[in-house]
Design a protein around this ligand. Structure first.
Ligand SMILES: O=C(O)[C@H](O)[C@@H](O)[C@H](O)[C@H](O)COP(=O)(O)O
Length: 262
């Protein structure tokens, strides 16, 4: 794919979220120019809270406007639970971000899982793949759906989305969305975008903060073994389209070159 991922390291969450906002605005601009919408996939974990800090402040300068009405939001991974369940990534995003959007702002189109299939995780994944087909294109006309942006987290074991180290799902080459029945991070039953879909994205951003990410970031960026971890595989497949937004405590021990601003 060419090029290397960019590793940003910021002094604190405020600096990180300000730059993340600029980065997302650039991605939004490119998406709107390309097809008049902005198609974004988001993960769960700590990400929705950080996104809220980045995106909720109202922009008032030219070019700093989140055009929520043009956004289509998808889930990079989702737990096989009802949408109002405590473990739902949709519920998390809704409570952290969507419910807090200005009342008068146009609303994004949010592509949730079809919760009637939560007891049949294969069907849940197949149905979500159909959601992608409906929004992007039929599988026989495009090889992969092309997201404008994927916003992802990095687990302490190097997982991203619900793609876990050593898991056979890392070798999936055909499906866009797959079920997982044995996620080491609870709950065990989930669906996830596959690695080819993630690495195909026009922009791929990881957000990883806090001292508990330091060891895994060193492994991903500085060690051979880390390159086979799910996050390492996204770095490899996405190359220069990948950016990492980290704080000082997460990136402290990393030797890979770091940047302090966009
Ligand atoms: O649904 C999930 O569990 C997430 O999508 C998962 O991939 C998450 O992004 C990472 O585990 C990082 O989580 P933190 O940001 O909370 O460390």
């Amino acid at each position: 794919m060419g090029g290397q991922p960019t590793l940003y390291s910021f002094s604190d969450i405020e600096a990180l979220t300000a730059s993340l906002r600029s980065y997302i605005l650039n991605a939004q601009k490119a998406g709107l120019e390309r097809h008049n919408v902005f198609k974004v996939a988001v993960s769960g974990g700590s990400l929705p809270n950080i996104l809220a800090k980045a995106l909720l402040p109202q922009g008032n300068t030219h070019g700093d406007t989140i055009q929520w009405g043009r956004w289509e939001i998808f889930f990079a991974d989702e737990r096989a639970v009802p949408l109002d369940g405590a473990d739902s990534n949709y519920r998390l995003l809704k409570e952290e971000l969507l419910d807090k959007l200005p009342a008068d702002a146009p609303k994004p189109k949010v592509h949730t899982i079809h919760e009637q299939y939560v007891d049949d995780v294969q069907e849940l994944a197949d149905q979500y793949e159909q959601v992608l087909v409906g929004s992007f294109a039929a599988k026989d006309s495009v090889r992969l759906p092309l997201f404008d942006l994927l916003l992802l987290g990095c687990g302490p074991d190097g997982h991203t989305c619900s793609l876990f180290p050593q898991h056979e799902l890392l070798r999936e080459a055909d499906a866009w969305v797959v079920p997982i029945f044995d996620s080491p991070k609870p709950p065990p039953q989930r669906i996830t975008l596959t690695l080819p879909v993630v690495t195909h994205g026009l922009r791929i951003a990881f957000v990883a903060t806090g001292g508990n990410k330091e060891d895994i970031l060193k492994e991903i960026f500085d060690k051979e073994e880390g390159q086979g971890l799910p996050c390492g595989l996204v770095n490899e497949g996405g190359g220069e389209r990948v950016s990492w937004f980290t704080d000082q405590s997460a990136a402290a021990g990393v030797s890979y070159p770091r940047k302090g601003s966009l």
